[in-house]
Design a protein around this ligand. Structure first.
Ligand code: PA5
Length: 443
């Protein structure tokens, strides 16, 4: 993976970046020694090297058992319990896999919204299909996945009976104590553990992400290998020039200090949409606290150049961009020559669509930099499991360091409780009587 920060140097100087190197060295030490904020949640640092081979074998066995049984596989979870797996699957899948019968099982998602339309349509669709599901919830009590699981379990039981349903449910939750763990034990579901010391948004390389990715037929060993190689590099280097996470954390914090309060992840392939969603959650939930933090947004280019492109070029100048550059396309599509050239496209003959996309990327970067939007470019050779593993570990590590630079705890998320408390009070959940009274007085 390569990082290119030359296109931020019109807004921040090399000295501005260099100032962060000392603090970054110190925070790296704290991260490695577990002496920084949130040190109870550093398990993700060792996941790529500490993955239990027994667990990997169990994932393979469950996957081999379930795949022949199902047309549709549902991943039930929200936030960190589903975004990482979905990010990897969506980058790697066939764009039209849902239309291809041989691409079985079709992976679909539930428990990440409270839309009755979505749940209705999903239940209707699976009533005509063979299906199974994995329910992923560390706490086991999150409303959205708990509700979706309850409904879908009912569908499974209706269709396959209680015993049959049990064989079609896999649970990924905490080791002890949570409501889902209790149910899992009672029902004898196949299950995996979300380690206590790994928070949701840092959990993609545990069974949380690996199991759905394996069900989609993707290579989880290569994903882990990429993460392991990136871990090796980042943990053993500590300068801006040999540690890409240092450079990324320094560049974004230097830009933040110059008033660049929104970071836009720009990808040039719509398949990266969910990768950007995962990244948004990772950075948004890790850094947005104590009234601080860079707001993470995302665009899909070139599509969004015809909508948000105008704002990025000429709107409020509080933006910077992080571009994911993928060198090699999965498939080459060449532009054919047209004898008559009626469409005036012959100037493109001899180029591949990917080369045209790259020129669009270069042209856009130049335009945005000229328009006052600095650009950090992250380059990978191709979109495969190995490089995604690298990128995932890179962002997790950079996020931890960047959070420390901002002087926040990058591993907690106290702010997500506020809406839940109100929602539970409004729903009359037992234990929320005081909040209900308070809300009544407000209206
Ligand atoms: O990153 C996080 O911690 C959150 O996004 C959680 O993953 C999300 O709230 C789901 O929580 P749970 O896995 O307990 O259902």
């Amino acid at each position: 993976m390569q990082i290119n920060v030359s296109q931020v140097l019109n807004k921040v100087s090399r000295e501005d970046l260099q100032r962060f190197e000392g603090p970054l060295k110190e925070f790296q030490q704290q991260l490695h020694s577990g002496t920084g904020a949130g040190s109870d949640f550093l398990g993700w640092l060792d996941v790529p090297v500490g993955m239990d081979t027994g667990e990997l074998a169990a994932i393979r066995d469950d996957m081999e058992r379930l795949v022949p049984m199902v047309d549709v596989f549902i991943v039930v979870g929200i936030g960190g319990s589903y975004l990482g797996g979905r990010a990897v699957i969506e980058v790697l899948k066939h764009n039209f896999s849902h239309m291809l019968p041989e691409e079985k099982p079709h992976i679909v998602y539930a428990g990440h919204n409270l839309s009755s339309g979505y749940l209705h349509d999903l239940m209707e669709m699976v009533s005509h299909k063979d299906f199974a599901l994995v329910v992923i919830s560390k706490s086991g009590t999150t409303t959205e996945p708990a509700l979706a699981f309850s409904l879908l379990r009912g569908e499974l039981e209706k269709k396959y009976g209680q015993h049959g349903a049990r064989k079609r449910i896999v649970a990924i939750t905490d080791k002890e104590g949570g409501a889902l763990r209790k149910l899992t034990r009672e029902q004898g579901y196949s299950s995996y553990v979300v380690p206590d010391d790994v928070g949701g948004r840092y959990s993609v390389l545990t069974a949380v992400g690996l199991f759905p990715v394996a069900m989609a037929g993707k290579d989880i060993h290569q994903l882990l290998k990429g993460a392991k190689d990136m871990r090796e590099r980042l943990m053993n280097n500590n300068t801006l020039d040999n540690n890409e996470a240092f450079m990324y954390a320094a560049a974004r914090n230097a830009l933040y200090q110059k008033g660049k309060t929104t970071e836009i992840m720009a990808c040039y392939d719509p398949m990266w949409h969910y990768f950007a969603e995962w990244w948004k959650q990772l950075f948004g939930e890790s850094e947005g606290k104590e009234h601080k933090g860079i707001f993470p947004a995302a665009v899909s280019f070139t599509t969004d150049l015809h909508s948000l492109g105008q704002y990025i070029q000429e709107g409020e100048r509080n933006l910077f961009e992080t571009v994911i550059h993928v060198e090699k396309a999965r498939h080459v599509v060449n532009v054919p020559e047209d004898d008559q050239n009626l469409d005036k496209l012959n100037y493109l003959t001899g180029l591949s669509v990917n080369e045209i996309n790259h020129r669009a990327e270069t042209g856009t970067i130049m335009a945005h930099v000229d328009g006052g939007v600095p650009v950090i470019q992250l380059g990978i050779p191709q979109a495969d499991e190995y490089n995604l593993g690298k990128l995932i570990f890179f962002f997790q590590y950079a996020c931890a360091l960047s959070g420390y630079l901002l002087k926040v705890n990058p591993f907690d998320q106290p702010g997500v409780e506020a809406y839940k408390n109100n929602m539970f009070a409004l729903l009359g959940k037992p234990g929320y009587e005081k909040e209900t009274e308070k809300l009544k007085k407000r209206h």
